[in-house]
Design a protein around this ligand. Structure first.
Ligand SMILES: [Zn+2]
Length: 283
């Protein structure tokens, strides 16, 4: 328990013991944040053949972790506060089946409104069709699950600048509702070196109309970080990276209202608050 408590971010934890199997998870998570579920089966227990996990009806993969299994689950900033079902089904070698159910409280977090103005040339890029089409290209890469955990310890901020817009804010662009800010913006003058927040493999290195110069780094097991609006890309798909390695230079490309880096994080294709991973070690 000592090891676990070192990285527990939230106050409440639930633990269910059913025969020899033990499940430990946060019982509460704030909107837009990630949480962890551990599953341990005793050595005397029959081996687990298959595990099925779902949160709020969405299937989540489990990976091996220190003799047990561990799943990381993301929540969206606009997820309605309340209880959501976490369901775990184990099928053992002997055919025995165990089902666990627990509710996870998604708690309210204050995400203020933010309004900003885009110049006509930038505004032209902001069409739902283009964004959807370009996002689909990124999503295709993000959805490819690599089995190995590549990250180690804390994630780092990719640039040193101050925050210009935090994660989750309700954006209004040119007086129109534009959805959530699914990343963290840091002030960075054009040409600032952008570092990979963790060890990983480059999956996307491409210029898009909406996101501008884009790099996506896969950290394994469904965790990816995204770097938008770069002026220059110094990375290639398939390239292995160490934490802190330079992947490009910051810029003001794509739908951007000034020089900055937009840094995002995806947990099984849910875009979560990346700063949680800077402030807390996710095992
Ligand atoms: Zn941003």
């Amino acid at each position: 328990m000592k090891r676990i408590s070192a990285f527990i971010y939230l106050l409440l934890i639930f633990s269910i013991a059913h025969s020899e199997t033990r499940i430990v998870a946060h019982s509460q998570v704030f909107q837009g944040r990630s949480f962890i579920v551990f599953l341990r089966t005793a050595e005397s227990d029959s081996k687990v053949k298959e595990v099925f996990v779902s949160f709020n009806g969405k299937k989540i993969p489990f990976f091996s972790y220190e003799g047990g299994l561990r799943a990381i689950i993301g929540t969206m900033p606009e997820e309605k506060p309340g209880d959501y079902p976490l369901e775990i089904e184990l099928i053992k070698d002997n055919g025995e089946k165990e089902v666990f159910e627990q509710s996870i409280d998604v708690a309210y977090r204050n995400y203020p409104k933010v309004s900003f103005w885009l110049k006509p040339a930038k505004k032209k890029l902001l069409t739902a069709d283009v964004i959807a089409e370009e996002w689909a290209k990124i999503e295709e890469k993000i959805l490819k699950l690599s089995e190995d955990k590549l990250w180690d310890g804390f994630f780092i901020k990719p640039v040193p600048g101050i925050t210009t817009m935090p994660f989750g804010m309700r954006e209004f662009i040119n007086n129109k509702v534009a959805g959530r800010h699914r990343g963290w913006d840091f002030r960075a003058k054009v040409g600032t070196p952008v570092k990979s927040a963790q060890n990983g493999v480059v999956r996307v290195a491409e210029f898009f109309k909406s996101f501008g110069g884009t790099v996506v780094v896969d950290h394994g097991q469904g965790i990816n970080t995204l770097y938008f609006h770069l002026s220059k890309i110094n990375a290639e798909p398939g390239q292995k990276l160490s934490k802190g390695e330079i992947i490009g230079l910051s810029g003001n490309t794509g739908i951007s209202s000034g020089p900055h880096l937009h840094w995002g994080m995806s947990v099984h294709n849910i875009r979560v608050d990346p700063m949680q991973w800077v402030n807390t070690i996710m095992p």
